[in-house]
Write a protein that binds this ligand. Structure first.
Ligand code: NCD
Ligand code: ZN
Ligand code: ZN
Ligand code: ZN
Length: 349
């Protein structure tokens, strides 16, 4: 019976993770963040540059990437961040970083590009073949599509959460524009109706949206949506429940069980899940293939998500208490068993 429900998936890739190094190591570090990734079935993750200091110069990015290479249990590729003060760094960063992250709207961290001329400079200086990922909300999505069209180059939209945004991206794709997008599990499985229950634990950017927005994301899950990305954004409970609560929620360890639940409910096929969580992210970001790397999941296992036993340093989840169908049993990474039956077995070599 149990064996009948075991299925082997490729190692998943999450293109949107905050690992908090440097400067936020009390929230997460490369070791804890990649342990959480493996426990969640992700063997490749892309780390965001909104650290303290942010990864906006070659020296800062390179130091963090080297540290990641030494302290991570799975593959970590760090984005470079766009900053108006360091536009001259972009060609060097463009050689080695996995992509450029541009924050067009207000969120956690120091990075933001507001002026059109600065945006233009970023697009002029970043290599044409290297990914650009945008934090763009509302009308900023239209600006990003305009830049993709004007420069005829790929642009990836992070955490798309609103009906109008996903419909605009669908329209752009219909016109043949080179745009892609990711959607997070929290925008698929939570809505603004959960805010009274969750309080600040339900606060992130983009904020949780209406039921109509959530329905629109699901309506595009088999077409317009390219990737499921977690936007794993850990902050401690003390920070989240205190004054000036920062936006962001963790998600690495809950994304696959939630998406498997959607498969069990017939909202998408397992093949589509693998496209959204492995093949498409690897293709869009040109991520290297990993030999002998796979994730065995039990499709039938029903359980309730809890905060207990999480590997993320922040130790909580906005999905705690939710019932899911599907569990990660065994993760193999380059020929080594790195996670089995709830335990991380990986070592730093
Ligand atoms: C992210 C963070 O905490 O770094 N927070 C969030 O609410 N999503 C920043 C971001 O991804 O915009
Ligand atoms: Zn963002
Ligand atoms: Zn983020
Ligand atoms: Zn269980």
């Amino acid at each position: 019976m149990l064996n009948g429900k075991l299925v082997r998936l490729p190692g998943l890739a999450d293109v949107h993770v905050h690992l908090r190094v440097p400067g936020g190591e009390h929230k997460e570090d490369f070791f804890s963040g990649t342990a959480a990734a493996l426990a969640g079935g992700f063997t490749t993750i892309l780390g965001m540059p909104n650290t303290q200091p942010p990864l906006v110069t070659y020296a800062a990015w390179h130091k963090a990437q080297q540290q990641a290479n030494l302290q991570s249990l799975c593959d970590v590729h760090l984005y470079a961040g766009a900053s108006p003060e360091h536009l001259e760094s972009l060609p060097d960063l463009g050689r080695d970083a996995v992509g450029l992250k541009i924050y067009m709207d207000q969120t956690y961290g120091p990075l933001r590009i507001t002026g059109l001329s600065t945006l233009l400079s970023c697009f002029q200086r970043w290599p044409h073949h290297k990914p650009i990922a945008l934090h763009a909300e509302g009308r900023s999505v239209a600006v990003g599509i305009g830049l993709a069209a004007a420069f005829n180059r790929p642009v990836h939209f992070c955490h798309i959460s609103r009906k109008a945004e996903i419909e605009l991206i669908a329209q752009a794709k219909e016109q043949g524009l080179p745009v892609t997008c990711e959607v997070t599990p929290h925008h698929l499985f939570l809505s603004d109706a959960d805010i009274p229950r969750l309080g600040t634990l339900g606060d992130m950017r983009p904020t949780l949206a209406s039921k109509q927005d959530v329905d629109a994301l699901w309506a595009h899950i088999n077409t317009t949506v390219d990737c499921i990305a977690t936007d794993h954004a850990p902050h401690t409970l003390e920070e989240k429940l205190g004054p000036d609560s920062p936006p962001g929620v963790p998600g690495l360890e809950t994304a696959l069980p939630l998406m498997l639940t959607a498969v069990a409910e017939g909202r998408l096929t397992l093949e589509r899940l693998v496209a959204l969580m492995a093949h498409n992210p690897r293709r869009i970001f040109n991520l290297p293939h990993q030999e002998q790397t796979w994730v065995d999941v039990d499709l039938g296992h029903k359980h309730t998500l809890t905060n207990a036993g999480l590997y993320t340093k922040c130790g909580w989840s906005p999905f705690s208490g939710m019932k899911v169908t599907g569990e990660i049993r065994w993760v193999q990474f380059r020929g080594h068993t790195v996670f089995k039956n709830g335990r991380i077995l990986a070592n730093l070599c």
